[in-house]
Design a protein around this ligand. Structure first.
Ligand code: EPU
Length: 337
């Protein structure tokens, strides 16, 4: 296990922002993780997973621990279901493809979400009507201060929309090392009712879709709407969709009868931030090397050599404008470092 000094973080964040880590250690085993935590207990630490949900606005004056733990295994199975364990450093989408190859169902709607396994529970990743919590059984994590292992069950994690206990009460206290998911082997519960999945399947003349068909459709939709970080730096949705009261939504509808929404409850409505940002005139706007994606206004992009701070200033301008025009606050989903 080597600790390197002054390492560029550009290859380690999907925004492709070039800032420097004071020191950097690639972690490939849980034992190494515990040892490095023990040896460096007084140093500031920065835990890095897939780097797909952060915007670096400055150099990281800390020891960066790059969680690169690998491995996927079946823990147990019944006639109909299987419990699969995946280590934190596995790429999420590669894991989805592995599950599809085994014909394990439950996460096909979550195809092509950037990032690694270890960060998936932190923000309870979700797309097309499914969230990680729907298949989540438990995760293992290491307590940073005393290096003990702890198992968190689904209820321990307090999952919500892009939320979990790891972003709230336990923020910065644990490093997730693996997750266990319960997936189906037969009688897959397909979710085709969300977004464009159904129309896309119909257009492809698929009437009895398999989990692989659904994954392919989700991949096609995402590739059309979301920029690939390999070519254009981005962190997926930069903002969360705001949840407002039904009363406030009906006021919005007075001015914008076409406003899209998802009903959360009788009193709460989720409004797509992408729609608000588009209405505010930002969709496709480019400022030098950064801007707002032209297919999905929820996504901010780095076209080349943007500075994290430029993108952060743009994000603040968007938040201010949306607040002024609609009286709705939109929060960032991405972590600003
Ligand atoms: N919309 C616009 N303009 C835009 C973008 C969206 O008017 O530029 C409208 C669409 O017309 C649609 C509505 O907003 O009526 C919703 O759009 P979409 O289905 O693309 O979903 P979203 O709410 O923008 C959420 C997730 C995505 C996830 C999709 C599909 C959040 C913050 N984002 O986006 O997650 O892929 O649903 O389930 O909840 C991510 O977290 O990185 C991510 C991409």
């Amino acid at each position: 296990m080597t600790i390197n000094k002054n390492v560029s973080l550009k290859p380690f964040n999907t925004f492709g922002i070039d800032t420097i880590a004071a020191s950097f250690c690639d972690i490939t085993s849980v034992e190494d993780l515990k040892a490095v935590l023990k040896e460096n207990h007084s140093s500031p630490l920065f835990i890095l997973g897939g780097g797909s949900n952060m915007l670096l606005t400055q150099d990281v004056n800390a020891l960066v621990l790059h969680i690169n733990l690998k491995g996927i295994e079946v823990i147990s199975e019944t006639k109909n279901t299987v419990i699969v364990k995946a280590m934190a450093g596995e790429n999420w989408h590669d894991f989805v493809l592995w599950c599809l190859d085994q014909n394990y169902g439950g996460i096909e709607n979550l195809s092509l979400i950037p990032g690694n396994i270890g960060t998936a529970p932190i923000q309870n990743i979700g797309a097309y009507g499914i969230e990680l919590k729907d298949v989540f059984v438990s995760c293992e994590a290491i307590n940073i201060s005393d290096q003990t292992s702890k198992k968190f069950t689904k209820s321990d994690c307090s999952f919500g929309y892009r939320e979990s206990i790891f972003k709230q009460d336990l923020k910065g206290q644990y490093i997730i090392t693996s997750i266990n998911l319960e997936l189906t082997k037969v009688n897959h519960k397909l979710r085709v009712d969300y977004g464009a999945i159904k129309t896309e399947l119909e257009a492809s003349n698929i009437h009895n879709p398999t989990i692989k068909d659904i994954s392919n459709v989700v991949i096609a939709i995402r590739q059309r709407k979301l920029p690939d970080p390999k070519y254009i730096g981005n962190s997926g949705s930069f903002f969360k969709n705001p949840i407002i009261s039904a009363t406030q939504f009906s006021k919005l509808q007075d001015n914008f009868p076409e406003a899209p929404c998802y009903k959360i409850s009788d009193t709460e409505i989720k409004v797509p931030a992408g729609w608000l940002i588009e209405k505010a005139g930002f969709k496709g706007k480019r400022f030098k090397d950064y801007g707002v994606h032209d297919q999905q206004a929820l996504v901010l992009v780095n076209y080349g050599h943007a500075k994290g701070n430029d993108i952060y200033e743009l994000a603040k301008l968007i938040q201010k404008t949306v607040k002024r025009l609609f009286n709705i606050s939109i929060e960032t989903e991405v972590n600003i470092i």
